[in-house]
Design a protein around this ligand. Structure first.
Ligand SMILES: O=C(O)c1ccc[n+]([C@@H]2O[C@H](COP(=O)([O-])O)[C@@H](O)[C@H]2O)c1
Ligand SMILES: Cc1cc2nc[nH]c2cc1C
Length: 355
């Protein structure tokens, strides 16, 4: 078993946004040549980034995208529209540059890294993948806990390592994305435990189930929750019992990002469930979260609500891989440039509002 200390770092408090700078950034926004509030949420984003980055000149030019991939034992319950082999096939695709996230990363000149935490099929021959070998996927949580303590600790640490590397490379924003056939079943079960919701309210089509498939998925999750609910006394234990390696890695990345003061752009349903898990394990981590988009997965709305989050975009996306977050980066960049480069009423000699 992992020594107890493996989880001690989760107790470190998140960094504090700078409230004085937030106030100054708000005042600066009021002086720009526009009616107050006319740039809507773009103003909020710039002010939030100013407070997070402790500067009146926020910027997200340097972006790291870390894709965490893993397989899920529960995939043997026929809960996905796609075969489990797709997880490994997509890891290959990520390394070859052909996935959606590769295209988006190129448009953003973002650094992309791929992390395989544990898949049924090996990707060891791929040199541009960080391998963890935590297992051939998680155990099937219909019968037992998905992870043991060692696996959970190692997966959380894998996320933390990506954040520390991003920090060391002076990245200004992290997108943690995920890939794993079956992970909407795992994320749904986890959301149900964390929010005490019935699976029928949270479960959706994932990568493309029909209504019969969704009904079966709900039944699988209900039976799993009957096994785990009474033994789950903490969010960390819920993550160990029904989570996935990549979901735990995302959780670790979000907690470490908050502790080190790195702004985190949250993607879709699975990523937001990990963000909620991070917030429940390490309170106020959410100060560092910016929510990119509303996924088409129905459970996403419940999880966003629990985090008091209103995402920036609603494009009916449901891909994962960090793709929805990547699409939102240019909004953040434009928000920063507007904040940094617009003239003020006084410098541009524009009259202010009538009193
Ligand atoms: O990000 C989302 O909101 C999202 C919603 C539905 C599906 N996905 C992706 O689809 C895969 C999981 O779907 P499934 O049906 O196998 O559970 C996984 O690789 C996710 O990245 C992602
Ligand atoms: C093809 C495919 C690509 C993905 N990317 C993230 N999740 C995915 C699921 C599937 C099925």
């Amino acid at each position: 078993m992992a020594s107890h200390t493996s989880f001690d770092w989760l107790k470190i408090s998140p960094a504090m946004p700078n409230e004085q700078i937030r106030h100054a950034a708000l005042q600066h926004q009021a002086q720009l040549t526009k009616p107050p509030g006319a740039l809507g949420r773009l103003e909020e984003i710039a002010v939030q980034l100013a407070a997070l980055q402790h500067t009146l000149h926020p910027s997200v030019d340097h972006v790291q995208i870390s894709i965490f991939a893993a397989d899920h034992g529960v995939a043997t319950e026929n809960i996905s529209a796609f075969p489990q082999a797709v997880t490994t096939e997509m890891i290959r695709n990520f390394t070859a540059g052909g996935a959606a996230i590769n295209v988006l990363a190129r448009t953003l000149s973002a650094q992309l890294e791929v992390i395989n935490l544990g898949t049924v099929h090996s990707t060891d021959t791929l040199t541009n993948v960080r391998h963890y070998h935590l297992g051939a996927g998680t155990a099937n949580f219909m019968h037992t806990a998905a992870m043991n303590e060692n696996q959970l600790a190692a997966a959380l640490n894998a996320g933390s390592t990506s954040v520390e590397q991003a920090r060391a490379n002076n990245q200004q924003l992290l997108i943690a994305g995920e890939m794993g056939i079956g992970n909407t079943t795992s994320a749904t079960a986890l959301a149900c435990l964390l929010l005490n919701l019935p699976p029928a309210q949270v479960a959706g089509a994932g990568s493309g189930l029909d209504s019969k498939g969704i009904a079966h998925k709900i039944n699988v999750i209900e039976r799993a929750l009957t096994l785990h609910r009474s033994h789950t006394h903490s969010s960390l234990e819920a993550l160990r019992r029904v989570g996935g390696f990549e979901i735990a890695a995302l959780t670790g990345a979000y907690i470490r990002g908050a502790q080190l003061g790195l702004p985190l752009l949250i993607d879709g349903f699975i990523s937001t469930v990990a963000a909620l898990t991070a917030e429940q394990i390490c309170m106020d981590s959410r100060n560092w979260f910016i929510y990119a988009h509303q996924s088409a997965e129905p459970g996403h709305a419940h999880v966003l609500k629990a985090l008091d989050a209103i995402p920036l975009l609603d494009l009916s996306m449901r891909l994962g891989e960090g793709s929805g977050a990547a699409v939102a980066v240019n909004l953040l960049r434009m928000a920063c440039r507007l904040h940094n480069e617009m003239a003020t009423f006084s410098t541009a000699h524009v009259s202010t509002r009538k009193q």
